[in-house]
Ligand binder design. Sequence first.
Ligand SMILES: Nc1ncnc2c1ncn2[C@@H]1O[C@H](COP(=O)(O)OP(=O)(O)OP(=O)(O)O)[C@@H](O)[C@H]1O
Ligand SMILES: [Mg+2]
Length: 364
Amino acid sequence: MESLEQQFTSVLAEIEVDGRPLPETEIVHSCVVNNDFAKFTIVLPLESRLRQILPTQIEENIRNLPSISRVAVEVLEKAPIDDEPEENKASIPESEKSRQARQPQRTAYLQNYDAVLAVASGKGGVGKSTVSLNLALALQQKGFSVSFFDADIYGPSFPIMTGLRGVKPELREENLMPLEVMGLHAMSIGNLIDDEAAMVWRGPMVHQAVEQLLRDTAWPGGDIMIIDMPPGTGDVQLSISQFCELAGAVVVSTPQDMALVDAYKAITMFSKVDIPIVGIVENMSYFACPHCGEKTAIFSQHGAEEACRKYEVPFLGAIPLELAVREGGDLGKPLMNQAPSDSPAAEAFRLIADNVISSLDDLY
Ligand SMILES: Nc1ncnc2c1ncn2[C@@H]1O[C@H](COP(=O)(O)OP(=O)(O)OP(=O)(O)O)[C@@H](O)[C@H]1O
Ligand SMILES: [Mg+2]
């Protein structure tokens, strides 16, 4: 009977790259198997068009094998420096080795934080930036030391949301000093370059910019780093998952089906690179009339809660549509930084902060 390694080699040989069977190229760096789970690490330059297609092809071919039911493909730009000996590649490791090897090999910035959390969504405009910043403030009000990284290279909203538009960080001995605002240490590309300059950047430039901001900022370290991600599942998401050891991702969605389909895409993307989902936040969940208190579910309601049950991830809470949330964002005075607020949205952010902490406790 063929060994698993032989089976892998023969199904991967069905994939051709520039006229050669995949196993004869240098692309597949390593493979780790744990019961029915196989994780491949492949190495492709950032500009390679194969990044879009090869992971799916590998997944499909490997999943055809009867002994494998789950496949993940991690795409790295370069082979990890601490390379495994040649003979260990594509073999079935003992359990401890497999556990260690399953930890993705990443360049780890932000190691001086206890937990690095990405706030993400598949769809744009669902309130990631609003949730990231107010969640960061709610966590800080609970006594955690929190930093904030605006990773939305294409459309940074941190400068407007905090009133720091046009404020440049200080440069000290080639390090960028984080901006200090509302008790947070923060950095955003929006404080370094003109508003529209980054819009035209393509993959490699974005990757470099993310690395520079992570590496060259004198991050003070602390309990929690919140990363506000751009929408979707593109270059920045990939860069962040390679550069930081993320403790988990908080996925933001609105309650409509379409937004939830995109939220699922985000969940799938993170699980492919072994990043746990801390949970889903349902934003713009309902509108509570400030005059009569009646609740109207403008975008329908409870969609995210149902999705959480379906995908078996924690539900972190529902934030209502509130004028003060929108105005706070536009005026640089986030809701959680306004005078003690007991509005439903403020209560929701506090509850979500608690749920994030307990979800992290359950994960680690
Ligand atoms: N709960 C809420 N109540 C009222 N307005 C909200 C709420 N959440 C977000 N908004 C408003 O919706 C708009 C979009 O929110 P935000 O910029 O946070 O979304 P985003 O997901 O970060 O967008 P992008 O995908 O462009 O980064 C903003 O004007 C924001 O103030
Ligand atoms: Mg945003």
